[in-house]
Design a protein around this ligand. Structure first.
Ligand SMILES: Cc1cc2nc3c(=O)[nH]c(=O)nc-3n(C[C@H](O)[C@H](O)[C@H](O)COP(=O)(O)OP(=O)(O)OC[C@H]3O[C@@H](n4cnc5c(N)ncnc54)[C@H](O)[C@@H]3O)c2cc1C
Length: 396
């Protein structure tokens, strides 16, 4: 049994294998603890919540798995560290796109877009404006090369549209363009006026395109976590570093001691200063924590008794502003279950978070009703807890 001050402190650490404390039980923490244990470290993982997985969360309350956090494997190739494990577990992936860029994780032909009066946008227009959007983004690269200072992608797009009036769109075409921008905002979980022109495409993605985890990510997390010493309900409040190692204190006052600690809590937790570091983190790290921003993306899964929507991967609502646009992932296509997942991001997601879960689900359903007036009520009515999935995936 551990006492109040020890995880490893009562043993002579020099004579045994090195020790580490991993803080945070999301993918990063679980993978780090798994790797350290395989390298013969003594490891304990401290997680604040009552479950592991963090922003990976597979819900089974519909009677089948629905991922409320991460659900795509981006970069379906052998170099992806998750690929061998997913293969070994026999977990199927539904390929949504072979494209290696961050923006086109679904092929353009897999969209059905509607205007707010419920008229479907002709597919040729969807494709055409998709190409225009790509051209505009290519043009923003010129703006980037001309300017030393960073600006938002929204600002750069305005400059491009000033310079190249032939790329400006009117009416329905404008609304479709806004929808593409809304999808981009979804990727970055923030509005276009806060996406950095300098950095938005600097992430190096593995090749192989994008695949949806048909049976959810939970089995992957559980497999990596097998046999690890995981302490749930252990919210870390203080990390003390000294010559001999680290002391990590959790909310109830208990202290864990080890040679090193690995911190995998979300940026939002670090920004909120809810963990005290002694000594303070180096200035450059504190500055990075201050300067980086975090976004919001939510998922609301609606379970229906039957499919009444088009057999496409994404159903979208186009509008004159990105705030008014929305989209639903059609899980039926990948899993065979009649579920649509509404995925708001940025300011819209923030506003929806202020609603009750039930109101948020109703809001999502109303977006659907606008384009598919015959939509039947989702199952959740009356048994909200069991049938409605809503998860606020902000960091704690
Ligand atoms: C809605 C949504 C959809 C997404 N879709 C995808 C996708 O399809 N594909 C993809 O690759 N990525 C996706 N992502 C991103 C992906 O989920 C995250 O990048 C990834 O899960 C982050 O893992 P992590 O371990 O770094 O952080 P987290 O998963 O956030 O884990 C951090 C852990 O630290 C714990 N913690 C916080 N504070 C403390 C504390 N003081 N003490 C102890 N523990 C603490 C938290 O409870 C949490 O469990 C999505 C994210 C969201 C929100």
């Amino acid at each position: 049994m551990e006492n109040r001050r020890s995880y490893f402190s009562n043993v002579e650490r020099k004579s045994i294998s090195p020790s580490a404390i991993v803080i945070g039980g999301g993918f990063a923490g679980i993978a780090a603890a798994h790797a350290l244990r395989n390298a013969s470290f003594q490891v304990v993982l401290l997680e604040s919540r009552d479950r592991i997985g963090g922003r990976v969360s597979t819900d089974y309350s519909f009677g089948f798995p629905v991922d409320l956090g991460a659900s795509w494997l981006h970069g379906v190739c052998e170099d992806n560290p998750l690929a061998p494990l997913i293969g070994r577990l026999g977990l199927p992936l539904y390929r949504t796109s072979g494209d290696n860029s961050v923006l086109f994780d679904h092929d353009l032909e897999s969209y059905a877009l509607f205007d707010t009066d419920g008229h479907q946008v002709p597919q040729e227009l969807v494709q055409k404006i998709g190409d225009v959007f790509e051209t505009i983004l290519r043009e923003t690269d010129k703006v980037r090369r001309e300017c030393n200072d960073d600006m938002s992608i929204a600002q750069a797009i305005s400059i491009v549209l000033e310079r190249c009036p032939e790329l400006r769109q009117e009416g329905l075409s404008h609304n479709v363009l806004q929808w593409y921008l809304c999808r981009m905002e979804g990727w970055f979980a923030t509005d276009a006026d806060t996406i950095s022109l300098k950095n938005w495409d600097q992430e190096v993605l593995l090749p192989g395109g994008h695949g949806l985890m048909v049976r959810g990510y939970r089995p992957v997390i559980n497999t990596l976590a097998k046999g690890l010493d995981i302490r749930l309900h252990h919210r870390v409040t203080k990390i003390l570093r000294h010559k001999k190692g680290v002391e990590v204190t959790v909310e109830n006052g208990k202290t864990f001691v080890a040679d090193a600690a690995i911190i995998t809590v979300p940026l939002g937790v670090l920004k909120a200063n809810s963990i005290k570091f002694e000594p303070r983190l180096p200035e450059w790290k504190e500055e990075a924590i201050r300067e980086l921003a975090i976004g919001t993306e939510n998922k609301i899964a609606l379970h229906f008794d039957k499919v009444f929507w088009p057999n496409v991967e994404f159903i979208g609502v186009v509008s004159s502003t990105t705030y008014g646009c929305s989209y639903f992932l059609n899980l039926h296509k990948a899993t065979g279950h009649p579920v649509l997942v509404y995925m708001p991001a940025g300011r819209l997601a923030h506003d929806i978070e202020k609603m009750s879960d039930e109101a948020a689900a109703k809001f999502a359903f109303l977006q659907l009703k606008r384009i598919l007036p015959d939509a039947s009520e989702p199952f959740y009515v009356g048994t909200a807890e069991a049938q409605l999935l809503y998860l606020n995936l902000r960091p704690n």
